[in-house]
Design a protein around this ligand. Sequence first.
Ligand SMILES: *[C@@H]1O[C@H](CO)[C@@H](O)[C@H](O)[C@H]1NC(C)=O
Ligand SMILES: *[C@@H]1O[C@H](CO)[C@@H](O)[C@H](O)[C@H]1NC(C)=O
Ligand SMILES: *[C@@H]1O[C@H](CO)[C@@H](O)[C@H](O)[C@H]1NC(C)=O
Ligand SMILES: *[C@@H]1O[C@H](CO)[C@@H](O)[C@H](O)[C@H]1NC(C)=O
Ligand SMILES: *[C@@H]1O[C@H](CO)[C@@H](O)[C@H](O)[C@H]1NC(C)=O
Ligand SMILES: *[C@@H]1O[C@H](CO)[C@@H](O)[C@H](O)[C@H]1NC(C)=O
Ligand SMILES: *[C@@H]1O[C@H](CO)[C@@H](O)[C@H](O)[C@H]1NC(C)=O
Ligand SMILES: *[C@@H]1O[C@H](CO)[C@@H](O)[C@H](O)[C@H]1NC(C)=O
Length: 337
Amino acid sequence: MNSKFILLSIALLMPLYLAQNVFIEKLIAYNKWSSKNLRTFLNNEEKLFRQLVFFENLQKVNYHNAQDHHTYSLALNQFSDMTEEEFAEKILMQSDLVDLHIQQTASHNSTSSTTGGSTSSNSTSNNATVTVDWRSKGAVTPVKQQGYCSSCWAFSAAGLMESFNFIKNKNLTDFSEQQLVDCVNSANGYSSKGCSGGWPASAIDYSSKFGITTLQNYPYIGVQKKCNITGTNNGFKPKSWKQIPNTSKDLQNALNYSPVSIAVDASTWSHYKSGVYNGCNQTDIKINHGVLAIGYDSLGNWIVKNSWGTGWGEQGYIRLAPNNTCGILSYNYQITA
Ligand SMILES: *[C@@H]1O[C@H](CO)[C@@H](O)[C@H](O)[C@H]1NC(C)=O
Ligand SMILES: *[C@@H]1O[C@H](CO)[C@@H](O)[C@H](O)[C@H]1NC(C)=O
Ligand SMILES: *[C@@H]1O[C@H](CO)[C@@H](O)[C@H](O)[C@H]1NC(C)=O
Ligand SMILES: *[C@@H]1O[C@H](CO)[C@@H](O)[C@H](O)[C@H]1NC(C)=O
Ligand SMILES: *[C@@H]1O[C@H](CO)[C@@H](O)[C@H](O)[C@H]1NC(C)=O
Ligand SMILES: *[C@@H]1O[C@H](CO)[C@@H](O)[C@H](O)[C@H]1NC(C)=O
Ligand SMILES: *[C@@H]1O[C@H](CO)[C@@H](O)[C@H](O)[C@H]1NC(C)=O
Ligand SMILES: *[C@@H]1O[C@H](CO)[C@@H](O)[C@H](O)[C@H]1NC(C)=O
């Protein structure tokens, strides 16, 4: 073999060699991820499919993080072997149902006034402080994990009631999301559907009538079961609540009073790790997730508590860019008494 031929062979084989190296890196990443995220598979085909989805998500995360113009970073997490469509289906709510509900609430506002809810006109004065973070006042319970159940609405409502109970009664107690998942249903006159989605305002209305018990009393299991509550005196009962008008000023003013149950478009949130998020398609907002706003910083970024565990985002939180990022101003509630 002459040296020319060897050089030529190396030149020809180099791309293959590099590609293999890249593949080995991906495999190592997959093995590392799957030792932390234990999965069971129906069969080998599913196992292979999940692995390919993981590789695609890995590439998306690496590509995003390699660009330096972003204000936020991504990371692998429990959603990394799910496609965007599966994530929307299993974790988020159906946005067309949410839209319909928001429209109906807007056009049937007389029903809410009989139950204690009301919509106030938007605020013209603004005496909001420069920053708010209810965590620093000890008013926010630990971040929860909703699992593979579209119960975000129950976590959003429970979080709101927990914080309000602390601010009013100086008692920070975890409330039962499972009670809301099981009991805020058609038998009680609500259109919420447990693990298939629901409305924070219904959960608040239900709690005002039956009382919400503690998490300890009625633990979270993440599947919808028969309602296991009797009587109407089961715990904390909100007396009145209101919808927050959809301006930044109104949400800021509201956050000076307490955290706020908010609805957002979380279609693109699955791999958020840290920083100020502005990755939603602002011309195509589809409200599909309920969370809890707990403050804002001096630049106007919203601080939001999610229910996907502390391994997601900034210890379970996300910061959203100012104004109507991800539709954060669309459909918000606060307890007033
Ligand atoms: C909302 O309620 C107020 C007072 O009850 C009523 O005057 C108004 O017409 C209602 N708006 C809609 C859109 O139904
Ligand atoms: C807020 O209310 C004022 C009058 O009360 C109105 O002119 C303005 O359009 C409202 N803004 C929004 C965003 O609804
Ligand atoms: C706080 O509230 C919980 C649930 O209602 C109750 O069990 C507990 O005793 C309260 N703690 C205090 C210090 O009042
Ligand atoms: C219902 O709650 C009671 C006590 O609160 C408990 O003993 C019982 O096991 C629960 N039933 C179900 C089906 O979870
Ligand atoms: C805010 O609400 C008004 C009606 O009250 C609506 O016309 C407007 O489009 C909403 N804006 C946003 C950003 O949702
Ligand atoms: C804003 O100012 C008004 C009038 O001075 C006051 O009633 C209200 O409580 C203040 N709101 C906040 C959040 O401080
Ligand atoms: C955002 O949504 C609009 C409307 O659906 C669409 O035309 C556009 O391509 C989307 N932009 C991105 C970056 O996905
Ligand atoms: C957000 O609001 C601020 C003022 O509150 C304004 O200066 C800025 O242009 C807004 N940004 C967008 C993207 O609307």
